[in-house]
Design a protein around this ligand. Structure first.
Ligand code: ATP
Length: 503
């Protein structure tokens, strides 16, 4: 809807145009009047541009001008020992510039952190600023992206200016400028529709990097983080710019243990909490997930009025972080049985293919899932073999095969499982693990890919069917128990299987 002022403006314009037309009609010289109107128009337009500029914060501070030295220390970052070591080496030039200069070390200008979200990239940058006693300013790549040419570049200049000012005001000789999601502002040049603005912003960042010298009164170090380093313009990562790349991956089991200990340190833990076991059960969690897990466990303890966080609180919190809030959805009893059979199939196949891998199977609905199996591998794998990948496909298909075996037909509940199975099989084809041998994705026809993937899935399906037929009794027992008790944990399932095998 138009504002009243705007309505008046348009009404006045219409009346003015009518008046001018009328005067011209009766033979009056309207040129001086037109000139005055044009002048008013120009003034109005420049006023609008002024407003636009203030809306787009031209010249306004980019990040809250805190600039203080962060309090996060390297000891507050769990895991990432290699990354910390590399950072400490790299930061020595900020701490001991004379020694670096004496040895002729080319000072480092920038460090790029790459890795999945929530793994501690920002935390490491803060710890690095703390270690080097440097003022710290952070901004996100998206803050530099504007439709209006020149605004992003102006903000880059502003950020570096603010970093130097903050360091001077705090009496520090160094500043760290941290840019998160740097790929948003520093993607490959010439690929955006409004490419001129993107290119100007990136160019300005390159200019700032090139302008950093060890003789500045404030030595500035740029740190950037990206989840998609492959999208970055190579000019940014070439030697002499952000040439030190530090990979920050998902934590392994030891690192998860450390991160859990850090975030549980300020919480009272009951005697039954075993952080080693929890680290084992949280395969695939990032640092941010683990922080959230400890927080959720504390909230659950508060809700229960418990004096300390117990094992049960942590278990519940793992499910909540992974799958979302528990739903009070009413599930019809036939559906409940089907979900129990489906999840029972997955759990049984997982335990048979990879003994010891199931942490828990449940039919409690959470988020969008009606039930799920939580698996934890024995160790964090770096590589996967053909048999391991085939095993994963078997587990994916086991839910729907169990439904056929026990209930006579499939349901739509397996759509997501099939997607996953298909994706794993595709990965196998592209990794050269099938009868097609070493392949090039571009050279592969759709039919070849389809045929190879379908072959893998068909063989896996036959294997699942045989596995479940052989363990028909265990499947029925597991499904019955899930219907009655909702959840079965890994050790209980393993005990049953061992008893059946002995009997
Ligand atoms: P993004 O890529 O999404 O910006 P990020 O990698 O920068 O994420 P951080 O912002 O550093 O992640 O981490 C988010 C939160 O997760 C931290 O504030 C901290 O509580 C927790 N966290 C992440 N990694 C660790 C870790 N290694 N040690 C301790 N806490 C961690």
């Amino acid at each position: 809807m138009r504002k009243p002022a705007e309505v008046w403006w348009w009404a006045a314009l219409g009346a003015g145009a009518g008046l001018v037309g009328g005067l011209a009609w009766v033979g009056v010289n309207i040129w001086p009047l037109l000139l005055i109107l044009a002048l008013v128009g120009v003034l109005k337009w420049s006023g609008a541009m002024g407003q636009l500029a203030s809306r787009t914060r031209i010249g306004a501070p980019v990040a809250p001008a805190r600039g203080a030295v962060p309090r996060v220390r390297f000891d507050d970052v769990g895991g990432h020992e290699h990354a910390k070591q590399e950072l400490v080496e790299a930061l020595d030039f900020l701490k001991r510039p004379e020694a670096a200069e004496r040895l002729g070390v080319r000072p480092l200008k920038g460090i790029l952190f790459t890795g999945p979200p929530g793994t501690g990239k920002t935390l490491l940058a803060k710890a690095a600023a703390n270690y080097s006693d440097a003022a710290f300013l952070s901004a996100s790549g998206s803050e530099f992206v504007e439709m209006y040419a020149g605004v992003g570049a102006q903000r880059v200049r502003q950020l570096f200016h603010e970093a130097r000012t903050a360091a001077r005001q705090a009496g520090r000789g160094a500043a760290v400028v941290f840019i998160d999601e740097v790929e948003v502002m520093a993607g490959r040049r010439g690929q955006h529709t409004s490419h001129l603005e993107y290119d100007q912003t990136l160019n300005q960042l390159l200019v700032e990097l090139d302008g950093l010298t060890p003789h500045d009164d404030v030595r500035v170090l740029v740190m950037a983080a990206s989840n998609r380093a492959d999208l970055l313009d190579p000019a940014l990562t070439r030697p002499g710019r952000l040439d030190r790349q530090v990979r920050v991956d998902l934590p392994d089991r030891m690192a998860r243990r450390q991160i859990l200990a850090l975030h549980a340190a300020n919480k009272p833990l009951a005697g039954d909490v075993d952080l080693d076991a929890l680290a084992h059960d949280t395969f695939g969690f990032s640092g941010a997930h683990l922080e959230s897990l400890c927080n959720e466990a504390a909230i659950l303890a508060l809700r229960d009025g418990a004096p300390a966080l117990s094992r049960q609180h942590f278990h519940e919190a793992v499910d909540k972080v992974l799958m979302g809030e528990r739903m009070d959805r009413v599930v019809r009893s036939a559906e409940r049985r089907r979900v129990a059979v489906h999840e029972g199939g997955h759990a049984l196949a997982a335990e048979l293919v990879r003994p010891g891998s199931v942490s828990q199977v449940t039919i409690a609905p959470r988020g969008r899932a009606l039930g799920y199996v939580r698996q934890s591998p024995d160790d964090d794998p770096l590589l996967e073999t053909v048999s391991e990948l085939e095993g994963q496909i078997v587990v994916c298909l086991a839910g729907s095969e169990a439904e056929v075996l026990q209930l006579g037909e499939r349901s739509t509940g397996a759509a997501n499982d099939f997607e996953q199975a298909w994706a794993i099989a595709r990965r196998m084809v592209l990794a050269g693990l099938t009868e097609l041998g070493v392949v090039d994705e571009q050279a592969l026809t759709k039919d070849q890919m389809f045929g190879a993937v379908q072959g893998i899935v068909r063989r896996a399906r036959a294997r699942v069917r045989a596995l479940l037929e052989e363990n028909r009794r265990e499947l029925a027992r597991l499904a019955d128990t899930l219907v009655a008790e909702e959840t079965v944990d890994g050790p209980t399932l393993r005990r049953w299987l061992a008893t059946e095998a002995a009997g």
